[in-house]
Design a protein around this ligand. Structure first.
Ligand code: NA7
Length: 535
Protein backbone atom coordinates (compact mmCIF):
# COMPACT_ATOMS: atom_id res chain seq x y z
CA UNK A 1 0.00 0.00 0.00
CA UNK A 2 1.35 3.43 -0.84
CA UNK A 3 1.48 6.21 1.70
CA UNK A 4 -1.35 7.96 -0.21
CA UNK A 5 -3.81 5.06 0.05
CA UNK A 6 -2.98 3.93 3.58
CA UNK A 7 -5.52 4.90 6.24
CA UNK A 8 -2.72 5.50 8.70
CA UNK A 9 0.52 7.45 9.06
CA UNK A 10 3.98 6.00 9.41
CA UNK A 11 4.65 8.05 12.51
CA UNK A 12 2.44 9.95 14.92
CA UNK A 13 4.42 12.36 17.06
CA UNK A 14 2.82 13.54 20.28
CA UNK A 15 4.03 16.99 21.34
CA UNK A 16 5.43 19.87 19.32
CA UNK A 17 8.19 21.03 21.63
CA UNK A 18 11.86 20.93 20.66
CA UNK A 19 11.90 17.11 20.43
CA UNK A 20 8.59 16.72 18.57
CA UNK A 21 9.33 19.44 16.04
CA UNK A 22 12.65 17.90 15.16
CA UNK A 23 10.96 14.50 14.90
CA UNK A 24 8.52 15.90 12.32
CA UNK A 25 11.34 17.36 10.26
CA UNK A 26 13.62 14.33 10.49
CA UNK A 27 10.82 11.82 9.81
CA UNK A 28 9.89 13.74 6.68
CA UNK A 29 13.52 13.81 5.58
CA UNK A 30 13.56 10.02 6.09
CA UNK A 31 10.62 9.71 3.67
CA UNK A 32 8.07 8.87 6.34
CA UNK A 33 4.50 10.10 6.45
CA UNK A 34 4.26 11.95 9.77
CA UNK A 35 1.65 13.82 11.77
CA UNK A 36 2.24 15.61 15.05
CA UNK A 37 -0.49 16.17 17.64
CA UNK A 38 0.00 19.05 20.06
CA UNK A 39 -2.20 19.98 23.03
CA UNK A 40 -1.28 23.69 22.94
CA UNK A 41 -2.66 26.34 20.62
CA UNK A 42 0.88 26.91 19.36
CA UNK A 43 4.13 25.01 18.99
CA UNK A 44 6.91 25.14 21.57
CA UNK A 45 5.87 22.73 24.33
CA UNK A 46 7.32 23.88 27.62
CA UNK A 47 8.33 27.19 26.02
CA UNK A 48 4.76 27.76 24.88
CA UNK A 49 3.23 27.28 28.31
CA UNK A 50 5.87 28.58 30.74
CA UNK A 51 5.56 32.30 29.97
CA UNK A 52 5.85 33.56 33.52
CA UNK A 53 7.87 36.74 34.16
CA UNK A 54 11.59 35.96 34.13
CA UNK A 55 11.30 32.59 32.36
CA UNK A 56 14.61 31.79 30.72
CA UNK A 57 16.62 28.76 29.80
CA UNK A 58 19.53 27.95 32.12
CA UNK A 59 21.56 26.50 29.23
CA UNK A 60 23.30 29.10 27.04
CA UNK A 61 21.22 30.02 24.01
CA UNK A 62 23.96 29.18 21.50
CA UNK A 63 24.00 25.63 22.87
CA UNK A 64 20.27 25.30 23.54
CA UNK A 65 19.34 25.44 19.86
CA UNK A 66 19.12 23.02 16.96
CA UNK A 67 22.31 21.78 15.34
CA UNK A 68 20.78 19.83 12.45
CA UNK A 69 20.95 22.61 9.88
CA UNK A 70 24.06 24.74 9.38
CA UNK A 71 22.21 27.59 7.72
CA UNK A 72 19.70 27.79 10.54
CA UNK A 73 22.51 27.66 13.07
CA UNK A 74 24.50 30.39 11.37
CA UNK A 75 21.65 32.69 10.48
CA UNK A 76 19.75 32.82 13.76
CA UNK A 77 21.06 35.54 16.07
CA UNK A 78 20.56 35.03 19.80
CA UNK A 79 20.43 38.37 21.58
CA UNK A 80 21.47 37.21 25.05
CA UNK A 81 23.67 34.62 26.70
CA UNK A 82 20.58 33.03 28.29
CA UNK A 83 17.53 33.51 26.11
CA UNK A 84 14.18 34.58 27.51
CA UNK A 85 11.08 32.47 26.96
CA UNK A 86 9.72 34.90 24.30
CA UNK A 87 12.96 34.72 22.34
CA UNK A 88 13.08 30.92 22.52
CA UNK A 89 9.45 30.75 21.41
CA UNK A 90 10.22 33.10 18.49
CA UNK A 91 13.08 30.78 17.51
CA UNK A 92 10.85 27.69 17.70
CA UNK A 93 8.19 29.39 15.54
CA UNK A 94 10.89 30.46 13.10
CA UNK A 95 12.08 26.84 12.80
CA UNK A 96 8.50 25.61 12.31
CA UNK A 97 7.98 28.11 9.50
CA UNK A 98 11.38 27.75 7.90
CA UNK A 99 11.00 23.98 7.55
CA UNK A 100 7.29 24.16 6.79
CA UNK A 101 6.49 21.96 9.79
CA UNK A 102 3.06 23.39 10.61
CA UNK A 103 1.38 21.51 7.75
CA UNK A 104 2.20 18.28 9.62
CA UNK A 105 1.04 19.51 13.05
CA UNK A 106 -2.45 19.60 14.52
CA UNK A 107 -2.63 22.11 17.34
CA UNK A 108 -5.25 22.13 20.13
CA UNK A 109 -5.25 18.34 20.04
CA UNK A 110 -4.73 16.79 23.44
CA UNK A 111 -4.35 13.02 23.39
CA UNK A 112 -6.27 11.15 26.08
CA UNK A 113 -5.73 7.53 25.03
CA UNK A 114 -3.54 5.36 22.83
CA UNK A 115 -4.17 1.73 22.04
CA UNK A 116 -2.03 -0.79 20.17
CA UNK A 117 -3.88 -2.93 17.62
CA UNK A 118 -2.17 -6.32 17.60
CA UNK A 119 -3.81 -7.36 14.32
CA UNK A 120 -2.39 -4.49 12.31
CA UNK A 121 0.59 -3.56 14.55
CA UNK A 122 -0.58 0.03 14.58
CA UNK A 123 -1.35 2.57 17.28
CA UNK A 124 -4.72 4.28 17.45
CA UNK A 125 -4.79 7.43 19.51
CA UNK A 126 -7.83 9.42 20.56
CA UNK A 127 -8.00 13.12 21.35
CA UNK A 128 -10.01 14.89 24.03
CA UNK A 129 -12.50 15.83 21.31
CA UNK A 130 -12.86 12.21 20.23
CA UNK A 131 -10.84 12.43 17.00
CA UNK A 132 -8.89 9.29 16.12
CA UNK A 133 -5.49 8.99 14.47
CA UNK A 134 -3.60 5.88 13.49
CA UNK A 135 0.05 5.14 12.77
CA UNK A 136 2.62 2.37 12.59
CA UNK A 137 4.80 4.13 15.15
CA UNK A 138 3.93 6.38 18.05
CA UNK A 139 6.68 8.73 19.10
CA UNK A 140 5.97 10.47 22.39
CA UNK A 141 7.80 13.76 22.74
CA UNK A 142 5.50 14.78 25.56
CA UNK A 143 8.14 16.54 27.66
CA UNK A 144 9.90 15.87 30.94
CA UNK A 145 8.42 18.88 32.70
CA UNK A 146 5.03 19.37 31.09
CA UNK A 147 2.44 18.02 33.53
CA UNK A 148 1.98 20.84 36.08
CA UNK A 149 1.75 19.88 39.74
CA UNK A 150 -1.33 21.21 41.48
CA UNK A 151 -0.41 20.75 45.14
CA UNK A 152 -2.85 19.09 47.51
CA UNK A 153 -3.02 22.05 49.89
CA UNK A 154 -6.32 22.15 51.82
CA UNK A 155 -8.61 24.92 50.61
CA UNK A 156 -6.77 25.40 47.30
CA UNK A 157 -10.08 26.13 45.53
CA UNK A 158 -11.33 28.56 48.20
CA UNK A 159 -9.10 31.53 47.35
CA UNK A 160 -11.24 34.39 46.06
CA UNK A 161 -8.40 36.35 44.43
CA UNK A 162 -6.56 35.65 41.18
CA UNK A 163 -4.65 32.37 40.85
CA UNK A 164 -1.82 31.73 38.40
CA UNK A 165 0.40 28.73 37.76
CA UNK A 166 3.86 29.56 36.39
CA UNK A 167 3.51 26.52 34.11
CA UNK A 168 0.22 27.83 32.68
CA UNK A 169 0.86 31.55 32.74
CA UNK A 170 -1.85 33.55 30.91
CA UNK A 171 -1.01 35.05 27.53
CA UNK A 172 -2.22 38.44 28.74
CA UNK A 173 0.19 39.53 31.44
CA UNK A 174 -1.66 40.02 34.78
CA UNK A 175 -1.45 43.52 36.23
CA UNK A 176 0.10 43.15 39.69
CA UNK A 177 0.56 46.84 40.47
CA UNK A 178 -0.77 47.69 43.93
CA UNK A 179 -1.52 44.03 44.70
CA UNK A 180 -0.49 41.74 47.53
CA UNK A 181 1.02 38.72 45.81
CA UNK A 182 1.97 35.35 47.31
CA UNK A 183 4.24 32.85 45.57
CA UNK A 184 4.31 29.21 46.64
CA UNK A 185 7.41 27.36 45.45
CA UNK A 186 11.10 28.19 45.24
CA UNK A 187 12.36 25.93 42.46
CA UNK A 188 13.69 27.36 39.23
CA UNK A 189 10.32 28.88 38.23
CA UNK A 190 9.85 30.60 41.60
CA UNK A 191 13.45 31.79 41.71
CA UNK A 192 13.27 33.23 38.19
CA UNK A 193 9.93 34.95 38.67
CA UNK A 194 10.29 36.35 42.22
CA UNK A 195 12.61 39.28 41.31
CA UNK A 196 10.21 40.46 38.59
CA UNK A 197 7.05 39.89 40.61
CA UNK A 198 8.63 41.90 43.46
CA UNK A 199 9.10 44.89 41.16
CA UNK A 200 5.48 44.78 40.02
CA UNK A 201 3.63 43.93 43.22
CA UNK A 202 2.88 46.16 46.16
CA UNK A 203 3.80 43.35 48.57
CA UNK A 204 5.33 39.98 47.72
CA UNK A 205 5.33 37.06 50.13
CA UNK A 206 7.41 34.04 49.14
CA UNK A 207 6.29 30.76 50.71
CA UNK A 208 9.30 28.45 50.77
CA UNK A 209 9.03 24.79 51.74
CA UNK A 210 12.54 23.81 50.69
CA UNK A 211 15.33 26.24 49.99
CA UNK A 212 17.22 25.74 46.73
CA UNK A 213 20.70 26.76 45.68
CA UNK A 214 20.84 29.38 42.99
CA UNK A 215 23.81 30.83 41.15
CA UNK A 216 23.66 34.25 39.47
CA UNK A 217 23.22 33.75 35.72
CA UNK A 218 25.39 36.76 34.86
CA UNK A 219 23.30 37.08 31.78
CA UNK A 220 24.40 39.63 29.20
CA UNK A 221 23.70 40.73 25.68
CA UNK A 222 25.75 38.90 23.04
CA UNK A 223 27.90 41.37 21.15
CA UNK A 224 28.68 41.44 17.45
CA UNK A 225 32.12 39.98 18.27
CA UNK A 226 30.45 37.15 20.22
CA UNK A 227 28.28 36.40 17.19
CA UNK A 228 31.30 36.18 14.90
CA UNK A 229 33.24 33.99 17.34
CA UNK A 230 30.28 31.66 17.86
CA UNK A 231 29.96 31.08 14.13
CA UNK A 232 33.65 30.34 13.78
CA UNK A 233 33.57 27.89 16.65
CA UNK A 234 30.15 26.33 16.16
CA UNK A 235 31.04 22.98 14.65
CA UNK A 236 33.78 22.34 17.21
CA UNK A 237 31.47 23.52 19.99
CA UNK A 238 28.79 21.07 18.87
CA UNK A 239 31.29 18.22 18.56
CA UNK A 240 32.49 18.76 22.12
CA UNK A 241 28.90 19.12 23.34
CA UNK A 242 27.88 15.76 21.90
CA UNK A 243 30.74 14.06 23.70
CA UNK A 244 30.11 15.86 26.97
CA UNK A 245 27.97 14.90 29.94
CA UNK A 246 25.64 17.87 29.85
CA UNK A 247 25.41 18.56 26.13
CA UNK A 248 27.40 21.80 26.25
CA UNK A 249 31.12 22.22 25.59
CA UNK A 250 32.29 23.18 29.06
CA UNK A 251 35.02 21.29 30.79
CA UNK A 252 35.33 20.72 34.51
CA UNK A 253 38.53 21.60 36.38
CA UNK A 254 41.31 19.22 35.27
CA UNK A 255 41.56 17.54 38.68
CA UNK A 256 39.17 16.35 41.31
CA UNK A 257 38.34 18.73 44.14
CA UNK A 258 39.81 16.24 46.61
CA UNK A 259 43.19 16.50 44.85
CA UNK A 260 43.36 20.28 45.21
CA UNK A 261 44.63 22.43 48.03
CA UNK A 262 41.93 24.49 49.78
CA UNK A 263 43.28 27.62 48.02
CA UNK A 264 43.16 25.99 44.60
CA UNK A 265 39.65 24.73 45.25
CA UNK A 266 38.47 28.14 46.38
CA UNK A 267 39.96 29.79 43.30
CA UNK A 268 38.16 27.28 41.06
CA UNK A 269 34.84 27.90 42.81
CA UNK A 270 35.33 31.68 42.54
CA UNK A 271 35.95 31.25 38.83
CA UNK A 272 32.88 29.00 38.47
CA UNK A 273 30.72 31.51 40.35
CA UNK A 274 32.07 34.38 38.27
CA UNK A 275 31.31 32.44 35.07
CA UNK A 276 27.68 32.34 36.17
CA UNK A 277 24.90 29.81 35.91
CA UNK A 278 24.50 26.09 36.50
CA UNK A 279 28.06 25.31 35.45
CA UNK A 280 29.13 26.23 38.99
CA UNK A 281 27.60 22.85 39.79
CA UNK A 282 30.16 21.21 37.53
CA UNK A 283 33.25 23.00 38.77
CA UNK A 284 35.00 19.74 39.71
CA UNK A 285 34.59 16.32 38.09
CA UNK A 286 34.00 14.72 41.50
CA UNK A 287 31.40 17.22 42.70
CA UNK A 288 28.57 14.67 42.70
CA UNK A 289 30.57 11.71 43.98
CA UNK A 290 32.83 13.20 46.64
CA UNK A 291 31.08 14.36 49.79
CA UNK A 292 34.10 16.52 50.57
CA UNK A 293 34.16 18.37 47.25
CA UNK A 294 30.41 18.78 47.34
CA UNK A 295 30.53 20.13 50.90
CA UNK A 296 33.17 22.69 49.87
CA UNK A 297 30.99 23.82 46.96
CA UNK A 298 28.06 24.06 49.32
CA UNK A 299 29.95 26.11 51.90
CA UNK A 300 31.15 28.42 49.16
CA UNK A 301 27.57 29.00 47.92
CA UNK A 302 26.29 29.49 51.47
CA UNK A 303 28.84 32.22 52.09
CA UNK A 304 27.70 33.97 48.90
CA UNK A 305 24.06 33.89 50.05
CA UNK A 306 25.06 35.37 53.43
CA UNK A 307 27.03 38.09 51.65
CA UNK A 308 24.08 39.10 49.50
CA UNK A 309 21.15 38.91 51.94
CA UNK A 310 21.25 41.65 54.58
CA UNK A 311 19.02 40.06 57.22
CA UNK A 312 20.91 37.09 58.77
CA UNK A 313 17.73 35.21 59.68
CA UNK A 314 16.37 35.48 56.12
CA UNK A 315 19.77 34.43 54.76
CA UNK A 316 19.76 31.36 57.06
CA UNK A 317 16.26 30.44 55.86
CA UNK A 318 17.37 30.75 52.22
CA UNK A 319 20.27 28.32 52.70
CA UNK A 320 19.31 24.74 51.88
CA UNK A 321 20.07 22.25 54.63
CA UNK A 322 18.49 19.10 53.31
CA UNK A 323 20.47 18.13 50.20
CA UNK A 324 24.02 18.24 48.81
CA UNK A 325 24.36 21.15 46.40
CA UNK A 326 23.33 20.27 42.86
CA UNK A 327 21.49 17.07 43.72
CA UNK A 328 18.40 19.17 43.16
CA UNK A 329 19.02 21.08 39.95
CA UNK A 330 20.91 24.26 40.78
CA UNK A 331 18.85 27.27 39.80
CA UNK A 332 20.13 30.20 37.82
CA UNK A 333 18.87 33.62 38.78
CA UNK A 334 19.09 37.32 38.17
CA UNK A 335 18.80 39.09 41.50
CA UNK A 336 16.94 36.40 43.46
CA UNK A 337 18.71 36.70 46.79
CA UNK A 338 18.94 40.51 46.44
CA UNK A 339 15.14 40.61 46.18
CA UNK A 340 14.90 39.67 49.86
CA UNK A 341 16.60 42.98 50.73
CA UNK A 342 13.58 44.88 49.38
CA UNK A 343 11.09 46.40 51.82
CA UNK A 344 8.10 44.95 49.97
CA UNK A 345 9.31 41.31 50.06
CA UNK A 346 8.97 38.77 52.86
CA UNK A 347 10.05 35.14 53.08
CA UNK A 348 7.93 32.60 54.95
CA UNK A 349 9.84 29.47 55.89
CA UNK A 350 7.17 26.78 55.74
CA UNK A 351 9.44 24.33 57.55
CA UNK A 352 9.14 26.56 60.63
CA UNK A 353 5.59 27.73 60.01
CA UNK A 354 3.70 25.30 57.75
CA UNK A 355 0.62 26.17 55.70
CA UNK A 356 -2.58 25.05 57.42
CA UNK A 357 -4.86 25.96 54.56
CA UNK A 358 -5.61 28.34 51.74
CA UNK A 359 -8.64 30.48 52.53
CA UNK A 360 -10.86 32.89 50.67
CA UNK A 361 -8.58 35.77 51.72
CA UNK A 362 -5.13 34.21 51.52
CA UNK A 363 -2.92 31.73 53.36
CA UNK A 364 -3.25 30.59 56.94
CA UNK A 365 -0.08 29.13 58.41
CA UNK A 366 0.23 27.59 61.86
CA UNK A 367 1.54 30.83 63.31
CA UNK A 368 0.27 33.56 61.03
CA UNK A 369 -2.17 34.76 58.39
CA UNK A 370 -1.31 36.35 55.02
CA UNK A 371 -3.96 38.32 53.18
CA UNK A 372 -3.39 38.19 49.43
CA UNK A 373 -4.93 39.49 46.21
CA UNK A 374 -3.00 37.16 43.91
CA UNK A 375 -1.63 33.66 44.47
CA UNK A 376 1.09 32.26 42.20
CA UNK A 377 1.84 28.55 42.21
CA UNK A 378 5.41 27.81 41.14
CA UNK A 379 4.95 24.27 42.37
CA UNK A 380 6.67 22.32 39.62
CA UNK A 381 5.68 19.28 37.65
CA UNK A 382 4.85 15.61 37.80
CA UNK A 383 8.18 15.20 36.04
CA UNK A 384 9.35 12.57 33.55
CA UNK A 385 6.30 10.27 33.78
CA UNK A 386 3.42 12.72 34.41
CA UNK A 387 2.62 13.64 30.81
CA UNK A 388 2.51 10.00 29.67
CA UNK A 389 0.65 8.76 32.73
CA UNK A 390 -2.07 11.32 32.03
CA UNK A 391 -2.76 9.43 28.77
CA UNK A 392 -4.42 6.00 28.97
CA UNK A 393 -1.83 3.98 27.04
CA UNK A 394 -2.64 0.33 26.25
CA UNK A 395 -0.21 -2.09 24.69
CA UNK A 396 -0.39 -5.80 23.90
CA UNK A 397 -3.03 -7.81 25.81
CA UNK A 398 -4.47 -4.50 27.08
CA UNK A 399 -1.33 -3.81 29.19
CA UNK A 400 -1.46 -0.37 30.77
CA UNK A 401 1.63 1.87 30.85
CA UNK A 402 0.50 3.38 34.16
CA UNK A 403 0.38 -0.15 35.59
CA UNK A 404 3.78 -1.06 34.09
CA UNK A 405 5.19 2.04 35.86
CA UNK A 406 3.24 1.55 39.10
CA UNK A 407 6.40 0.95 41.11
CA UNK A 408 8.40 3.50 39.15
CA UNK A 409 9.22 3.82 35.46
CA UNK A 410 11.11 1.07 33.64
CA UNK A 411 12.49 1.44 30.13
CA UNK A 412 15.09 0.18 27.73
CA UNK A 413 17.48 3.09 27.07
CA UNK A 414 14.64 5.45 27.96
CA UNK A 415 13.10 4.64 24.57
CA UNK A 416 10.72 1.75 25.07
CA UNK A 417 8.77 -0.37 27.54
CA UNK A 418 8.00 -4.09 26.96
CA UNK A 419 4.38 -4.81 25.90
CA UNK A 420 4.25 -1.44 24.13
CA UNK A 421 5.67 -2.27 20.70
CA UNK A 422 6.24 0.57 18.25
CA UNK A 423 5.87 3.17 21.00
CA UNK A 424 8.96 5.30 21.55
CA UNK A 425 9.70 8.02 24.06
CA UNK A 426 11.99 11.00 23.50
CA UNK A 427 13.66 12.23 26.72
CA UNK A 428 11.93 9.43 28.58
CA UNK A 429 12.72 8.08 32.05
CA UNK A 430 15.99 6.17 31.85
CA UNK A 431 17.56 8.64 29.42
CA UNK A 432 19.75 11.62 30.42
CA UNK A 433 16.76 13.91 29.68
CA UNK A 434 17.05 17.15 31.67
CA UNK A 435 20.56 16.35 32.90
CA UNK A 436 21.70 17.19 29.37
CA UNK A 437 20.94 19.92 26.86
CA UNK A 438 17.48 18.73 25.81
CA UNK A 439 17.73 20.11 22.27
CA UNK A 440 20.92 18.26 21.31
CA UNK A 441 19.81 15.16 23.23
CA UNK A 442 16.47 15.01 21.43
CA UNK A 443 18.14 15.41 18.03
CA UNK A 444 20.40 12.49 18.90
CA UNK A 445 17.50 10.35 20.14
CA UNK A 446 15.18 11.10 17.22
CA UNK A 447 17.93 10.32 14.68
CA UNK A 448 18.66 7.06 16.48
CA UNK A 449 14.97 6.03 16.57
CA UNK A 450 14.39 6.88 12.90
CA UNK A 451 17.41 4.77 12.00
CA UNK A 452 15.89 1.91 14.02
CA UNK A 453 12.63 2.27 12.09
CA UNK A 454 14.57 2.35 8.81
CA UNK A 455 16.38 -0.81 9.89
CA UNK A 456 13.06 -2.58 10.66
CA UNK A 457 11.49 -1.39 7.39
CA UNK A 458 14.48 -2.67 5.43
CA UNK A 459 13.82 -6.13 6.86
CA UNK A 460 10.10 -5.92 6.15
CA UNK A 461 9.44 -6.02 9.90
CA UNK A 462 6.48 -4.12 11.33
CA UNK A 463 7.04 -4.49 15.03
CA UNK A 464 9.78 -3.23 17.37
CA UNK A 465 9.61 -4.07 21.04
CA UNK A 466 12.08 -3.78 23.91
CA UNK A 467 12.88 -7.14 25.47
CA UNK A 468 11.97 -7.62 29.14
CA UNK A 469 15.49 -8.76 30.13
CA UNK A 470 17.15 -5.79 28.41
CA UNK A 471 14.69 -3.43 30.09
CA UNK A 472 15.31 -4.92 33.51
CA UNK A 473 19.05 -4.66 33.02
CA UNK A 474 18.94 -1.06 31.78
CA UNK A 475 16.60 0.08 34.57
CA UNK A 476 18.95 -1.51 37.13
CA UNK A 477 21.94 0.14 35.43
CA UNK A 478 20.29 3.59 35.61
CA UNK A 479 19.70 3.00 39.32
CA UNK A 480 23.23 1.74 40.00
CA UNK A 481 24.72 4.71 38.17
CA UNK A 482 22.71 7.06 40.41
CA UNK A 483 23.72 5.12 43.53
CA UNK A 484 27.37 5.88 42.80
CA UNK A 485 26.59 9.59 43.17
CA UNK A 486 25.11 11.87 45.81
CA UNK A 487 21.91 12.37 43.79
CA UNK A 488 19.89 9.95 45.91
CA UNK A 489 20.45 12.18 48.97
CA UNK A 490 17.90 14.72 47.76
CA UNK A 491 14.12 14.49 47.80
CA UNK A 492 14.05 15.79 44.25
CA UNK A 493 11.70 15.48 41.34
CA UNK A 494 14.48 13.41 39.71
CA UNK A 495 13.18 10.52 41.81
CA UNK A 496 9.55 11.52 42.02
CA UNK A 497 9.79 12.80 45.60
CA UNK A 498 7.91 16.05 44.89
CA UNK A 499 4.62 14.30 44.14
CA UNK A 500 2.65 12.75 46.96
CA UNK A 501 2.25 9.00 46.46
CA UNK A 502 4.58 8.84 43.45
CA UNK A 503 6.86 5.79 43.58
CA UNK A 504 10.47 6.73 44.22
CA UNK A 505 12.85 5.67 41.52
CA UNK A 506 15.69 7.74 40.13
CA UNK A 507 14.52 8.53 36.60
CA UNK A 508 17.55 10.02 34.85
CA UNK A 509 20.68 8.46 33.42
CA UNK A 510 23.45 10.29 35.27
CA UNK A 511 26.48 9.23 33.24
CA UNK A 512 25.90 11.93 30.69
CA UNK A 513 24.91 12.44 27.08
CA UNK A 514 28.23 11.35 25.54
CA UNK A 515 28.26 8.01 27.39
CA UNK A 516 24.58 7.45 26.65
CA UNK A 517 25.04 8.20 22.94
CA UNK A 518 27.95 5.75 22.85
CA UNK A 519 25.82 3.03 24.42
CA UNK A 520 23.05 3.67 21.89
CA UNK A 521 25.56 3.49 19.03
CA UNK A 522 26.89 0.16 20.30
CA UNK A 523 23.35 -1.23 20.61
CA UNK A 524 22.65 -0.23 16.99
CA UNK A 525 25.92 -1.74 15.78
CA UNK A 526 25.07 -4.89 17.65
CA UNK A 527 21.98 -5.39 15.50
CA UNK A 528 19.80 -3.49 17.95
CA UNK A 529 20.47 -5.90 20.78
CA UNK A 530 17.70 -5.83 23.35
CA UNK A 531 14.96 -5.07 20.81
CA UNK A 532 12.70 -7.72 19.27
CA UNK A 533 12.23 -6.75 15.64
CA UNK A 534 9.57 -8.91 14.01
CA UNK A 535 6.68 -9.10 11.58
P1 NA7 B 1 10.46 22.55 41.11
O1 NA7 B 1 11.90 22.70 41.00
O2 NA7 B 1 9.89 21.20 41.31
O3 NA7 B 1 9.98 23.52 42.30
C1 NA7 B 1 8.68 23.45 42.83
C2 NA7 B 1 8.64 24.21 44.11
O4 NA7 B 1 7.30 24.16 44.64
C3 NA7 B 1 9.54 23.61 45.19
O5 NA7 B 1 10.10 24.66 45.93
C4 NA7 B 1 8.56 22.81 46.03
O6 NA7 B 1 8.97 22.58 47.34
C5 NA7 B 1 7.36 23.72 45.99
N1 NA7 B 1 6.14 23.02 46.35
C6 NA7 B 1 5.55 21.99 45.70
N2 NA7 B 1 4.44 21.61 46.36
C7 NA7 B 1 4.35 22.40 47.44
C8 NA7 B 1 3.43 22.48 48.52
N3 NA7 B 1 2.39 21.65 48.62
N4 NA7 B 1 3.63 23.41 49.48
C9 NA7 B 1 4.68 24.25 49.38
N5 NA7 B 1 5.60 24.22 48.39
C10 NA7 B 1 5.42 23.30 47.45
O7 NA7 B 1 9.70 23.16 39.83
P2 NA7 B 1 10.11 24.39 38.92
O8 NA7 B 1 9.00 24.63 37.97
O9 NA7 B 1 10.53 25.54 39.73
O10 NA7 B 1 11.39 23.90 38.14
C11 NA7 B 1 11.36 22.66 37.43
C12 NA7 B 1 12.53 22.55 36.52
O11 NA7 B 1 12.35 23.44 35.40
C13 NA7 B 1 13.85 22.95 37.06
O12 NA7 B 1 14.49 21.95 37.80
C14 NA7 B 1 14.64 23.29 35.81
O13 NA7 B 1 15.13 22.11 35.23
C15 NA7 B 1 13.61 23.87 34.90
P3 NA7 B 1 9.74 21.19 47.71
O14 NA7 B 1 11.12 21.35 47.14
O15 NA7 B 1 8.97 20.08 47.03
O16 NA7 B 1 9.69 21.12 49.18
Amino acid sequence: MSAETRPYKDVLVVGAGFGGLYAVHAARQAGLDVLCLEAGAGVGGTWYFNRYPGARCDVESIDYSYSFDDDLQNEWVWSERYATQPEILRYINHVAERFDLLRSIRLDTRIVSACFDEQTSTWRVTSERGEEFEARYLLCATGSLSAPNRPAIPGIDDFAGEVYFTAQWPRTEPDLAGRRVGVIGTGSSGIQSVPLLARQADQLTVFQRTANFSVPALNRALTHEDQIRVREEYSERRRKSRLSGGGSPHLAYPKNGTECTPEERLAAFEKGWATGGVLFGKTFPDQYVSEETNRCAQEFAEAKIREIVHDPETAADLIPNDHPIGTKRICTDTGYYETFNRDNVALVNLRKDPIVRITEWGIKTEGSAYELDVLVFATGFDAMTGALNRIDIRGTGGASLREAWREGPVSYLGYQVPSFPNLFIVSGPGSPAVLANMVLASEMQVDWLLELIRHADAQGANQIEARADATEKWTAHVQEAAEETLFLRANSWYLGANIEGKPRRFMLYVRGLGTYADICTRVAENDYAGFEISS
